[in-house]
Design a protein around this ligand. Structure first.
Ligand code: SAM
Length: 254
């Protein structure tokens, strides 16, 4: 339990992070803007992945603000004038206390069996009044809305196989559904959140994310090569429509 499922497939991660960024960055940026982020804020971006959020934060808080971006794999993260890149495991590593105006993590705690302890660690890294923002998925709503019956079955087989793999590595599949409660339970104030189920058409950034995720775990999926090729075709075809993972966000202040 607890090994990051997508960590050992380096060349497949670029398209995966691209899909995450196209799908989620606009919503993440809008939520953080609503908090009043401005020049001078000190930010911690946890599990920064491809770096799109850290780079945006760095632009918004410049010239006097600063971003520390962490990950267990920092190969895609860029040092800049006001960005410090830290190879850091948020489960075992220490973070400075009372240090940040904003701590943000997207689709990181989802994977971590120790998510509640990590949440408390992120809370303690905030200065009093600072904001913790989480963006997560609730994976359960994914269903097929439009595809031929055999294709629909294949899409659901891939969903179920992927969720089983995630579950076995300690991910909490519906974690997104309870992040507001988790922030309140951690003692944060002014907690609010949102949950959105979208329709993802084949070729959209959402279906690209499903395809890149399946590629990351291809060797572990119980599918023939023909079935896997068909799945990738379906994720690229505008005739396919699925209801999305619920995109869940929550914020609270220390
Ligand atoms: C699904 S990706 C999300 C990346 C990025 N936050 C985004 O939304 O585009 C999860 C990220 O968490 C990182 N990660 C996994 N376990 C971690 C840990 N224990 N400490 C820090 N980062 C971790 C992974 O390396 C990966 O970059």
């Amino acid at each position: 339990m607890g090994t990051y499922l997508f960590g050992d497939t380096a060349e497949l991660l670029d398209p995966h992070f691209d899909a995450l960024s196209s799908l989620l960055d606009a919503g993440t940026f809008a939520r953080v803007e609503q908090l009043g982020i401005a020049n001078g804020w000190r930010c911690l971006e946890v599990g920064g992945g491809g770096g799109s959020v850290a780079n945006w934060l760095a632009d918004v808080v410049a010239p006097s603000g600063h971003v520390t971006v962490t990950d267990i794999d920092v190969s895609r993260l860029e040092e800049r004038d006001n960005v410090t890149v830290l190879e850091h495991d948020v489960v075992s590593g220490v973070l400075p206390g009372n240090a940040y105006d904003l701590v943000h993590a997207r689709l990181v705690l989802f994977h971590l069996p120790a998510r509640e302890a990590v949440l408390r660690k992120l809370r303690d890294a905030l200065r009093p009044g600072g904001w913790l923002v989480l963006d997560e998925f609730d994976c359960l709503p994914l269903e097929v809305l439009s595809a031929a019956p055999d294709d629909a079955k294949l899409i659901m087989r891939v969903k179920n196989a992927l969720l089983t793999l995630l579950d076995h590595t300690g991910a909490e599949l519906a974690w997104g559904a309870r992040i507001e409660r988790a922030l309140s339970d951690a003692g944060l104030h002014d907690v609010s959140g949102s949950r959105e189920v979208q329709e993802w058409e084949g070729g959209s950034s959402g279906c690209r994310l499903l395809a890149t995720t399946a590629r990351l775990v291809r060797a572990k999926l119980p599918l023939s090569d023909d079935e896997f090729a068909r799945y990738l075709e379906l994720m690229a075809s505008p005739e396919t429509v699925v209801s999305s993972y619920a995109i869940c966000s929550a914020q609270g202040r220390r």
